[in-house]
Design a protein around this ligand. Structure first.
Ligand SMILES: [Fe+2]
Ligand SMILES: [Fe+2]
Length: 186
């Protein structure tokens, strides 16, 4: 594996922190949704939390050679409100990742020709695009006082975090190419 360039390390640490916090935040949001009776929204938070865990793990893997203490700082929406408010924070966070963070981080990885970091950021960016849509839709329903409908299950690719709602997981992951067996259902 090529040496980790300083700027690539910086953005990997930031993405690692951001994804780790997203995972924790969504699990907290899941508890609130469950209490408010939005069972499918809770499921969505639980599933997407797992996707963020996959992203954090992939970023971590690129830093495997560091073997030392590092300060990992990442920006993240903080707050714990009602499910409607939490979904607003979730949409904001995902939009930031899609429109600001990952495109810029991808440029850093590409500039330094770091293929593994590039792949890790690319996989995350593709999954976050789907998260924005799923959270937006869930928010519309919750605003009307109803739970979101989930046809089948929420499927997460354990390799790249691809998120899919349906009766069956895709035969092949459209983001990373992993086979169906790699999907986890929620
Ligand atoms: Fe996400
Ligand atoms: Fe995948």
């Amino acid at each position: 594996m090529p040496d980790l360039r300083p700027m690539v390390k910086e953005v990997l640490l930031s993405a690692y922190a951001g994804e780790s916090m997203a995972q924790t935040r969504y699990r907290a949001f899941e508890e609130v949704a469950e209490k408010e009776g939005f069972r499918n929204v809770a499921r969505l938070f639980r599933a997407i939390a797992f996707a963020e865990q996959v992203h954090a793990r992939n970023h971590l893997r690129r830093m495997a050679s560091l073997m030392s203490d590092q300060k990992a700082c990442g920006g993240a929406p903080v707050g714990l409100g009602t499910t409607s408010q939490n979904l607003k924070l979730a949409v904001d966070g995902e939009e930031f990742e899609v429109n600001e963070m990952y495109p810029a981080y991808l440029d850093v990885a590409r500039f330094h020709n770091d293929k593994q970091a590039e792949q890790s950021f690319k996989w995350a960016l593709e999954a976050e695009r789907i998260h924005v849509e799923l959270y937006r839709k869930a928010r519309q329903h919750v605003e009307m006082g109803e739970d979101v409908h989930i046809e089948g299950a929420v499927w997460i690719c354990s390799v790249c975090g691809h998120t899919y709602v349906g009766v069956e997981a895709p035969e092949k992951c459209p983001i990373c190419g992993a086979p169906r067996v790699k999907y986890v259902s929620f």
